[in-house]
Design a protein around this ligand. Structure first.
Ligand code: DHB
Ligand code: MG
Length: 215
């Protein structure tokens, strides 16, 4: 039977995971240490990490901006998708999260490619030059997504990509009325209304927004 859309249940998902780049030992160790250190367990899913890494490789990304470092899991995953001369600048408001991430970045094999900057991401983004970035990944406070998207659309080069986590909002995005759902819907509405952005939602993890800035 042919279908245009197949729901992925747990059994199918478990099989798909065996055909996706597995989580490496270093990131698994980081995840466990982050939980022990009391960081919230809201890192991206391993299949999202695989997707981000391959997507960056596919566009030959050199310069990446991440909004929301948390423990550095996604920054390290993304760094694996760019060449040795490339750079992930990861922005984090919470000092304790940034310090944990810096420690794990420093002892990783991606150390030279990643810089963790502490502060308000909107302010840091405002100081970066136009058309200078290949990819921006949003994974921070959802109330900031619209603002971060506006900055990203200026920073991205034509053909650059905007990625954002949690656009399924735990499955409640379409009609939930919590702060997160309202913020994600505002982001998705703004993305649809942006004349220079075309996008699709990839239902991996809690939902990965993927947009391309037009020329
Ligand atoms: C939350 C934030 C995230 O980025 C995420 O992936 C999951 C949950 C949160 O703030 O609850
Ligand atoms: Mg997230």
């Amino acid at each position: 039977m042919s279908k245009t859309s197949t729901p992925v249940d747990e059994r199918l998902f478990a099989y798909l995971a065996t055909k996706t780049i597995p989580e490496d030992d270093y990131l698994a160790g980081l995840r466990i240490a982050a939980a022990k250190a009391g960081l919230p367990e809201i890192h991206i899913a391993p299949e999202q990490a695989a997707y981000l890494q391959l997507q960056l490789r596919a566009i030959n990304a050199m310069n990446v901006v991440e909004v929301g470092t948390l423990g550095g899991y996604s920054a390290i995953a993304m760094a694996r998708g760019i060449p040795a001369a490339g750079r992930v600048v990861s922005l984090e408001l919470e000092r304790s999260h940034a310090e944990f991430a810096r420690e794990w970045v420093a002892k990783s094999d991606q150390a030279g490619k990643i810089e963790v900057r502490i502060g308000d991401a909107a302010k840091t983004m405002a100081d970066l030059p136009d058309d200078s970035i290949d990819a921006v990944f949003l994974d921070a406070n959802k109330s900031g997504y619209v603002t971060y998207m506006k900055h990203a659309l200026r920073l991205l080069r034509p053909g650059g990509i905007l990625l954002a986590d949690n656009v399924l909002a735990g499955g409640q995005v379409a009609d939930g009325d919590g702060e997160t759902e309202v913020a994600i819907r505002a982001f998705l509405d703004a993305a649809m209304a942006a004349p220079n952005l075309q996008s699709v939602i990839v239902p991996l993890g809690d939902g990965l927004f993927f947009g391309v800035k037009s020329d």
